[in-house]
Design a binder for this molecule. Structure first.
Ligand code: NAP
Length: 248
């Protein structure tokens, strides 16, 4: 059974590792190509956009893909929309891995905002020391609030910095004590994050809670109305079930 996994997340890589060595399933992991050195996976990979919905339909047909798994990031809304449309047009079964969002816990002080521009506005007129962990594609709106003192953390070095800021690079998973040390050392007063969910980057929220630091939480774009599971294990079960149904 030929499977295309739309990746870029820890769940996609976990599914790729789970599928390696399964003789019934021939899976390829697709990257957008944003990360220069993605962590290696034990299945074939491809990189770069498909060229919109029609490009993805063509790819699914040309490679006779039997099942599509959308394991992109919860904020990668365009790719998920394209996957939903292309799957219908090409008649390929689609499953999405939708990581549950983080939920407020007692002691949290979160301000929910609908998008990044609203997050920049929510920092307010008083200059603050702000920890920005929104991804390097999303920094531009903060240039409109240049009176804050920004510390930016990204997986890869920021290539186009649209504002004055201190930058650090680090790849999760992060531990709470390290996050607490970082927030204290930089005397952070506000944390800005997208509600990505998952355990790899949740420690910053626990550290903010412990230190009483308010969090500006960017809500997710609406998910596509497609069949979904919360994790790689659910996707593995779905794929194995389909492979068994085909008698493979
Ligand atoms: P996006 O806005 O939804 O996608 C933009 C375009 O990038 C898509 O239309 C598609 O181009 C291409 N693309 C995205 N994911 C792809 C994939 N897995 N394989 C091939 N092409 C892909 O998504 P994005 O925000 O640019 O995110 C890009 C990648 O980074 C995704 O894999 C996502 O999982 C990962 N990521 C995103 C975030 C985030 O916050 N957005 C955070 C962490 C990781 P075509 O239309 O030409 O096919």
């Amino acid at each position: 059974m030929k499977v295309l996994i739309l990746g870029g997340t820890t769940e996609a890589s976990a599914l790729a590792r789970d599928l390696a060595g399964d003789a019934r399933i021939d899976a390829t992991l697709s990257y957008a190509g944003r990360t220069r050195a993605p962590a290696p996976v034990p299945i074939p990979t491809r990189s770069g956009g498909f060229g919109g919905v029609q490009g993805l339909v063509h790819h699914l047909r040309a490679r006779a893909i039997d099942a599509l798994v959308d394991a992109t990031h919860p904020f990668a809304a365009r790719m998920s929309r394209h996957a939903a449309e292309a799957a219908i047009i090409a008649g390929v079964p689609l499953l999405a891995i939708v990581r549950p969002p983080w939920q407020r816990q007692p002691g949290d002080c979160w301000t929910d905002v609908p998008d990044i521009a609203a997050a920049a506005a929510a920092l307010g007129p008083v200059p603050r020391r702000v920890f920005l962990t929104v991804g390097q594609q999303e920094l531009a709106p903060f240039a409109d609030a240049p009176w804050h003192d920004y510390l930016i953390r990204s997986v890869e070095p920021v290539t186009r910095l649209p504002l004055r800021a201190k930058c650090i690079t680090a790849r999760g998973p992060f531990a709470e004590d390290g996050e607490r040390r970082l927030l204290r050392a930089a005397r952070i007063e506000r944390l800005v994050t997208k509600n990505s969910g998952g355990s790899a980057t949740a420690a910053k929220l626990a550290a903010a809670r412990a230190l009483g630091i308010p969090v500006i939480m960017v809500s997710r774009p609406p998910a596509e109305a497609v069949l979904s599971v919360p994790d790689a294990a659910g996707a593995l079960a779905w794929l194995r079930h389909r492979a068994a149904d085909r008698g493979e």
